[in-house]
Design a protein around this ligand. Structure first.
Ligand SMILES: Cc1cc2nc3c(=O)[nH]c(=O)nc-3n(C[C@H](O)[C@H](O)[C@H](O)COP(=O)(O)OP(=O)(O)OC[C@H]3O[C@@H](n4cnc5c(N)ncnc54)[C@H](O)[C@@H]3O)c2cc1C
Ligand code: FES
Length: 389
């Protein structure tokens, strides 16, 4: 007798079902597989979409909730990198999602909204990032977010929910209007399922709603005390636009909140570094990249070096203790960069000749280093350099 046809197609047509499920045991990192495939797009609000990705080889995703990936996109013939937090939970390891808000005039966010569809392949780097509750276990959390800053806290909330963890979480999200609240229904569902999970939405204005029962205005210390009277005893995670984060820091400062229990992530690295220069402290051991015999780092300490950019045909001088990106910017050479901490991969270039000392934070793969790629934001010259840019 003929068997019935399979009730569903294999997720990847290049793999049979047993191969696919077997491959699930293998974890994805961008070192083993550079390209992911977009498998679903969801409209979350009028200007926010979630994009889901899976591994064509069937790898599963392992990450800490709150971590991000970097997309490497070709837009108008230019390679552009941007970081996006993984908004899905690591408890659903077969796909990952990012949730992107359109930024007026923004290149990548608008391109993703207008072009990225199911079936498209995207080069991805990661996962990376330190902003995760997994590294700060606590019995009671306070999550504070605004706008698209909800994404890391959503991943953490989803993870706690799906693990049925009995954590006491107060999630206060600020948005322009009720229609701008991302994941509103899902957060309500989590709160309904989990007795110790409470949400509170603070909207600048009611917008088109006539029946908004929530709070309007901005988050203030008196309001926070009303929503979470015990906030001083909670582990706090904050993410949102720079003015919102400053307001949160100010109100927690006013309350004399213990900074050891405060964690934040900015989607704009430069703002964060201006305000927290200690982030520039180097945390990874240096690697020497380049195929020419260079000068030992301590010998190079007093020399300045020439850096030539082949595509723009510019030559600059880089001081002995200067990062090449800083020297280029000082000389008026515009180079793509985002985090300036060796995390996001935005400033990655090919080193045609010369040697650098590089202290990165995960923004480049070992294979790429072996191929002579470097991150200019965290590389200091040991010789004259020629860079393909
Ligand atoms: C760790 C991390 C995680 C992140 N996670 C998320 C996330 O989950 N969701 C999310 O939506 N975003 C996230 N971001 C932000 C994201 O990486 C992008 O910065 C964001 O999508 C905007 O990118 P864009 O290319 O659209 O805008 P860009 O093109 O970079 O422009 C940003 C702004 O600068 C202006 N601008 C650009 N060029 C110029 C110029 N030459 N002169 C003057 N103004 C200019 C634009 O008009 C726009 O207002 C994250 C960032 C980081 C660092
Ligand atoms: S700018 Fe992010 S790695 Fe250099």
């Amino acid at each position: 007798m003929m068997r019935d046809a399979a009730p569903f197609e294999p997720v990847d047509s290049r793999l049979t079902q047993p191969q696919f499920w077997g491959a699930l045991a293998t974890r994805w990192t961008s070192d083993v597989e550079e390209t992911l495939v977009c498998c679903q797009v969801r409209q979350e609000t009028h200007d926010v979409k979630s994009f889901f990705f899976r591994s064509p080889a069937g790898h599963t995703f392992s990450f800490e909730p709150g971590q991000f990936i970097t997309l490497e996109l070709e837009i108008d013939g230019e390679t552009i990198n941007r970081c996006y937090t993984i908004s899905s939970s690591p408890t659903r390891p077969h796909t990952i999602s990012i949730t992107v808000k359109r930024v007026p005039g923004g290149k990548v966010s608008n391109w993703l909204h207008d072009n990225l569809q199911a079936g498209a392949a995207v080069r991805v780097l990661g996962p990376a990032g330190e902003f995760t509750c997994a590294r700060h276990p606590a019995r009671r959390y306070l999550f504070l977010s605004a706008g698209s800053g909800i994404t890391p806290l959503m991943s953490m909330s989803r993870a706690h929910h799906e693990l049925s963890e009995d954590r006491d979480i107060v999630f206060v999200h600020s948005a322009r209007t009720p229609d701008d609240i991302i994941f509103a229904r899902e957060l309500d569902l989590i709160a309904a399922n989990q007795g110790n999970f409470r949400t509170s939405f603070v909207c600048e204005r009611v917008g088109t709603r006539t029946n908004w029962p929530g709070v309007t205005g901005f988050l203030t210390l008196p309001l926070l005390k009303l929503i979470a009277p015990d906030f001083m005893e909670r582990e706090i995670f904050t993410c949102g636009p720079a003015p919102y984060m400053k307001a949160v820091r100010d109100l927690l400062g006013e309350a004399r909140f213990d900074q050891q229990h405060y964690h934040e992530e900015s989607f704009s690295f430069e703002t964060l570094i201006e305000e927290s220069p200690e982030l520039l402290e180097e945390v990874t051991p240096a690697v020497i990249v380049g195929d020419e015999p260079g000068v030992a780092p301590d010998e190079a300490a007093t020399q300045a070096f020439a850096v030539t950019f082949t595509r723009s045909n510019r030559e600059i001088v880089c001081g002995p203790q200067q990062h090449v990106l800083d020297a280029a910017r000082q000389a008026g050479v515009r180079l793509p960069a985002s985090c300036t901490q060796g995390m996001c991969g935005t400033c990655k270039v090919k080193l045609v000749s010369g040697q650098v000392e590089m202290k990165h934070n995960g923004g480049i793969r070992q294979r790429e280093i072996d191929q002579g790629m470097v991150l200019l934001c965290c590389s200091k010259p040991l010789t004259d350099l020629v860079v393909e840019k």
